[in-house]
Every structure is written in C-alpha cells, then in structure tokens.
Design a protein around this ligand. Structure first.
Ligand code: TXA
Ligand code: MG
Length: 318
C-alpha cells in the first residue's frame, strides 16, 4: 500500500531510499505534486507511465536541485543560463539539448535529443533531490487525463496502491504546472514558449528583454507532443508480425521470438523500459534501407502506450 511520509528528516530519508530502490514516490513541488522515479532507470520510468495509465509516452521533466546538477544532464547555452539564473529555483522548465553522457533513460526523453529540466523551489523537493543525489523524472502525480494534484490527499485519491509513498508537504503554493520554454541553441536562435504555466510570460520576457517565440509560429514546433513524434526509425516498420519476412529485423514479444525482443516473458513494464533502446538497436541492425517488424503487443496497461509509439513509428512519412 502507499505510505504517507511526514515532511521531516526521517520521511525524506525514506523517500530517497525508496527512489534508490527504483520505487515511485510522489513529492510536493511549488507547482503541483510530482510522481517521482529515478530518471536513470528504464524500469522505474516505465513504472511511472504504468502508474499514471498514460496511453502514450510523453517525455517527462527531469528534476534536479541546482544549475550545476542540470549541467550534468543538459547543455546549458547562454540564453538558457540567463533564464536559469533569473528563475531557478522556481516554476520554469527548460527544454535543452541532452548531454550524450547524461545517463538519463531514453523513456524520459521519448527518444528525443532534448531533455526538459527543472529546479523546483519547494524546500521538501529540494531536500529530497539532495538526499537522493540523482535526477528524478516526475510528471504530475495524477492518473492520465485527471487534474494535477496540489495536496497529498489528491495524490492518494488517484494513485493509492499504485505507488510506494507520498511525501506530505501540504498544499502547493503555485498550483499550476511549470512554464515550459524551449531554449535549444542548435534548433532555435530564440527561445520558444511550449506551455504556459506558473511563471508568467511577462516575467520571462522582461528577463530576456525581448518577446518569446510562441509554439505554433511559422517554423516553430506547435506543441510539446508534436516534438515527441520526431524520433522515427530510418527503417520501414511493420506491425503485428509473427514471423520475419526476408530482410526484416523482427522484434519479438512474449512467445513471438525475433532477432531482438521487447520482453521474452511478455512483461509490459519490461517492454516499455526497453522500447526506445530496442527501436534504435533494430534501426541499426536493419540499416537505412531496411525493415523492422514488431510482434503484436497486447492493448492493455502499458501496452496501449507501447502500441501508440509503434503505430507512430510505422505511420507513413511525410
Ligand atoms: O510543474 C510541473 O512541471 C510538474 C511538476 C511535477 O514538476 N510536472 C509536469 O510534468 O507538469 P508533465 O509530465 O505533466 O508535463 C511535462 C511536459 C509535457 O507537456 C511534455 O510534452 C513536455 O513537458 N516535455 C518534456 N520533455 C520535453 C522535450 N524534450 N521537448 C518538448 N517537450 C517536453
Ligand atoms: Mg500533467
């Protein structure tokens, strides 16, 4: 069952211990409660999606205690640094280029080459991140499609029995998710607002000294979700395959055996944890002109999110 941990040293230590064991712990931030798991662990991150019942693998925000810790995960260019110095800790998330040696699970970034990072201000979030000592992936701690929780009791209403613990920090001061800004110097000369949130646009523009780009403007990504569709394999993809056709790399699941397998035992959490690295591996094996076939994955639990990702990988390219 889900433990409620008190906001004291013992509660923080227990929450950090659970995270180290790959368990899920909900914790307060100044925006909303986050559903935290070790961002380096494919398995822990897969369980976040399972607990939320998310029908798709949206990329998650990585929570870190300070800018120095962020720099181990992401490349912080000059504009991002100005925003970080102005607003961290606080309700701002920056989408930045992922460092190659970040060690973050590809499930966190949905296989993208960027990563969303945030330094929360809430003192319990700060203490937990420092006690844990690693990156924490955390979407809002609510079942998919429900409103974000701003009290520990809201977290329990939605997720009791599905997560190890909730750290009870009372109610969240901001109550709105963080504002998300894309500040990737490689793809944008100019930062872009991806999601309005707890940090007002006016404050951002005052710090930048110029207007922000808006998602949806010409040449700008229209939504964070759209970015998630960018990683598609080079190879053609066929679904619901039980045997490989000539020249195909078959990715098995359960009893369907292939060159690779998402999970030989048919475990959906394991399959989700392996999904993005297996897509890349199959792509490499198939080569640019090659073909990948995927065994059927059941349309239940995490299988819905896995199938959503596979259908997008198999969709005709524009
Ligand atoms: O206030 C918040 O931001 C809360 C607390 C817990 O920190 N977290 C939160 O997470 O709202 P979530 O998972 O509900 O929202 C994450 C958003 C999604 O819209 C996702 O698409 C976007 O961040 N996102 C994450 N990584 C991204 C990336 N690499 N590129 C673009 N968007 C990204
Ligand atoms: Mg959410």
């Amino acid at each position: 069952m889900t433990a409620t941990l008190a906001p004291d040293d013992a509660g923080i230590a227990e929450a950090a211990r659970l995270l180290r064991q790959g368990e899920l712990v909900a914790f307060p931030t100044e925006t909303v409660y986050g559903l935290g798991g070790d961002a380096r662990s494919d398995h822990a991150v897969a369980r976040i999606f399972e607990a939320k019942g998310r029908p798709s693998f949206n990329p998650l925000i990585v929570h870190l205690p300070d800018l120095a810790a962020v720099e181990a995960v992401a490349i912080v260019g000059p504009v991002a640094r100005d925003l970080a110095l102005a607003f961290w800790p606080g309700p701002l998330t920056l989408v930045l280029p992922l460092r190659e040696d970040a060690g973050v699970s590809p499930l966190v970034t949905a296989g993208l080459s960027t990563v969303a990072v945030r330094v929360p201000e809430h003192p319990l979030a700060q203490r937990l991140l420092r006690a844990f000592g690693g990156p924490v992936a955390a979407p809002s701690a609510n079942p998919s499609g429900r409103v974000s929780p701003t009290r520990a009791a809201h977290v329990l209403e939605g997720l009791s029995g599905r997560i190890a613990a909730v750290l009870d920090g009372g109610s969240c001061a901001v109550g709105l998710e963080s504002t998300i800004v894309l500040a990737d110097p490689d793809t944008n000369s100019h930062p872009v607002l991806l999601r309005p949130g707890g940090l007002p646009l006016e404050a951002l523009e005052a710090a930048l000294g110029r207007p922000l780009g808006m998602a949806g403007d010409a040449g700008k990504p229209t939504s964070p979700g759209q970015l998630a569709s960018h990683y598609a394999p080079e190879a053609g993809v066929r679904l619901d395959a039980v045997t490989a056709r000539p020249g195909e790399v078959l990715v098995g699941f359960g009893p369907v055996r292939g060159a690779l397998s998402l999970s030989e035992s048919g475990d959906l959490v394991e399959a989700a944890a392996r999904l993005f690295q297996t897509l890349r591996e199959a792509d490499r094996l198939a080569g640019p002109a090659g073909h990948i076939a995927f065994a059927p994955v059941p349309e239940r639990g995490l299988g819905r999110a896995i199938n959503d990702r596979l259908r997008r990988a198999a969709a005709p390219r524009g």
